[in-house]
Design a protein around this ligand. Sequence first.
Ligand code: SPQ
Length: 449
Amino acid sequence: MLAAIITLQTQENASQNLIIQRPPSGLSLQGRISIPGDKSISHRALMLGAIAEGETEIQGLLLGEDPRSTAHCFQALGAEISELNTQLVRVKGIGLGNFQEPMDVLNAGNSGTTIRLMLGLLASHPGRFFTVTGDDSLRSRPMSRVVKPLQQMSAEIWGRKGNTLAPLAVQGQALKPIHYHSPIASAQVKSCILLAGLNTEGKTTVTEPALSRDHSERMLKAFGAELSIDPETNSVTVTGNAKLYGQKVVVPGDISSAAFWLVAGSIVPGSELVVENVGVNPTRTGILEALAMMGADIQLENQREVAGEPVADVRVRSSQLKSCTIAGDIIPRLIDEIPILAVAATFAEGTTIIRDAAELRVKESDRITAMAQQLNKMGAKVTELPDGMEIVGGTALVGAEVDSHTDHRIGMSLAIAALNANGTTTIHRAEAAAISYPNFTSTLVEVCR
Ligand code: SPQ
């Protein structure tokens, strides 16, 4: 069987086109894949390392652009962070409450996690003034979800459109603790409030409507924070005036990055892939459950626990997928995988319905519109719903000119769709992958060999 021809073309404006030409006879994907470190855990390791006392050692950090933005911001706030690499990054913490006032604007780049979590820490640093911003995408993403609860804690934050959009200015204050009932299941909202609660006298509680990823809770406990969790009500309470101590963190592979290969291995006939060292924290494994509902042939091997997070190697063999409905409490556990699940659904028998996922409209792009528009250019039958998509599966895709909307997850999802499309697909602005998966194209070439 011939391999796909995969080319990366850099344009004059530095943007990249990823061109994928599938051989007419089709292809099959084979191999063992190592994936980059988990983005959510990488951010949190850098942040908690920066506010802890003593040294934190991080193994397996994601070298994507988002964690780089976090590292730059926390260096500007006074933490010493060694050169970023996957082997070992050392963070010399400055201790809670000790941020220096940065000389310049803190730039979170494309990263919602960086700006929202950092806001909780900045707002609770009395006597210091901070300004935060990000790229075009981040400056259009809603910040009211964290600004409002922080204001209830008496934070002083100003910004465009009634303090809802970055750039934001923050005058740090001694905050008061609250019990916040979040209207959305969001790990960024939960983490922001918990981080603000660390330097606030008393007990701060967040209750969310469904459980979102719990990496902050796990890592805060490991760093020495006093935290109590009520799983019955999805509530977490942090005790203020905390003292955190530097730790050794081992970052597992990112299941959100593994998801591209799990879908690729499922939909490309004759494929067998093993994705190594995948973080399988139950608050992140909605993708495995959704693919199981679709009849995917996926097995977890060598299950183990590494530095407080469950990890496994995941084997996938191709199979005929069938449609399913994805909605309700599973959504926060697979929210970032919905673009690639939409690709899986185009190759499934029957009509897949995705609901309760309106949050997708305020990610790095409007991921509902982006996936519907771009997959339809390839011949798919995707209809937008206000809070999801209806995807009629089983239509053969054809190569087309598509666009990432400068969103990493959209660009990579389209590349996987291209592996099963007749002819040639060009993905414009494919460089977006570097946000969470800098080696995506080289791994794509490897598995197609
Ligand atoms: O950090 P950012 O830009 O918000 O990244 C995304 C992603 O797809 O990589 C979302 F666009 O992941 C979020 C995720 O959707 C990362 C995250 C976290 O680390 O806490 C939580 C989720 O967001 P939310 O809004 O549901 O809390």
